[in-house]
Design a protein around this ligand. Structure first.
Ligand SMILES: [Mn+2]
Length: 346
């Protein structure tokens, strides 16, 4: 097969215009077009396809990691049954969301139950696929979808690597105990992960700036298992002249040896993701996030997998959100490979 990393992507190529098959690739992306419980702006189910398309414009040579494509990156085709589950769950969820929750209504409770049952199907499927890929020595990248999508993947990774740390970029804690009647809401993923997965040793959240009081008290009750770098604190420290390099080192120091990175695109400043479902002013810069990832790899910690969620392509904004998503996915992959010694750093 002819493949020139310096030229444009060819027709029929896989993600980033690469020629690899799944067997040949170290990084395998699982697209999860699911947004059943999205409460505000919708569109994240379209993200895997949009990111795939935008990825073909990304230059393969990387400033930090040089040739992250060499060990092989591969995206699976979109699973039809996930699209089907999402369509059914979304239809049931819409009624509940419109009413602001189930309240006392038996009919709405039935709809919420249907959504919860489909969420459990999805979680079991993501768990099974991720476990199998990890067993084959792959680095797994979940491409959502909303933030409920990596639940099964994080559980699988934590079972393979007890004590696993989660490095979580987000405008939100996502620590609500159910939301609008949905057990597996996008806003509840880390409540569920912490409750159901004792193998998760640490949750380190960065960029949080829109939350309820219960979530904040919940964090405080978790002791060292949960550390939060609130956006307000990060801003104050930078305004006082503290270098991001020092802050990043402090974030990384909270993490154990083995790490899963979970990126909600809305953790970034909304100029990077204007179409995401719940944009919040503030947030960190693309380069700041990239720097933290680099410090994880340079510190000798091992990134075993990651997810990128809540990217919404948007109708009027051209390819911008998906473009940022594709570039972030490439950086996540590059640093994960670097952290495992699979590629050389500059
Ligand atoms: Mn989130």
């Amino acid at each position: 097969m002819k493949f020139d990393p310096n030229s444009a992507a060819t027709d029929g190529s896989n993600i980033f215009g690469l020629p690899f098959k799944e067997e040949e690739a170290v990084v395998v992306y699982l697209p999860v077009p699911w947004e059943a419980t999205t409460s505000y702006g919708a569109g994240t189910a379209a993200a895997p396809a949009a990111i795939l398309e935008a990825s073909r414009q990304v230059d393969l040579y990387d400033f930090d990691v040089l040739r992250p494509y060499e060990p092989g990156l591969f995206m699976r085709p979109e699973p039809k049954q996930v699209r089907d589950w999402n369509r059914r769950a979304r239809a049931a969820a819409k009624k509940v969301i419109a009413a602001g929750g189930t309240g006392e209504s038996k009919a709405l409770q039935k709809s919420a139950d249907a959504v919860n049952a489909l969420s459990e199907k999805l979680n079991a499927w993501v768990y099974g696929e991720t476990s199998a890929l990890l067993d084959r020595g792959k680095i797994v990248g979940i491409v959502g979808g909303d933030h409920s999508t990596p639940y099964g993947a994080i559980r699988a990774a934590a079972e393979s690597h007890p004590g696993l740390g989660l490095l979580h970029f987000d405008a939100h804690h996502d620590l609500r105990e159910a939301y609008e009647g949905f057990t597996h809401s996008h806003a509840s993923i880390f409540y569920n992960v912490l409750k159901d997965t004792p193998e998760v040793g640490r949750l380190v959240q960065v960029g949080v700036r829109d939350f309820c009081e219960d979530e904040r008290s919940f964090c405080a009750s978790q002791g060292r298992r949960v550390s939060v770098f609130y956006d307000g604190d990060l801003a104050r420290r930078r305004f006082s002249g503290e270098p991001w390099a020092e802050i990043a080192a402090e974030i990384v120091a909270q993490l154990p040896e083995t790490v899963w990175v979970t990126v909600d695109i809305d953790g970034l400043d909304p100029r990077f993701c204007p179409n995401t479902g719940t944009p919040v002013p503030g947030g960190i810069d693309f380069r700041e996030l990239n720097h933290v990832l680099g410090e994880v790899a340079r510190s000798g910690r091992r990134i075993v997998g990651f997810d990128l969620v809540e990217v919404a392509p948007g109708k009027d904004a051209g390819q911008w959100d998906a473009n940022v998503g594709a570039r972030l996915l490439y950086k996540l992959s590059a640093w994960a490979l670097a952290s495992q010694g699979r590629v050389k750093l500059r």
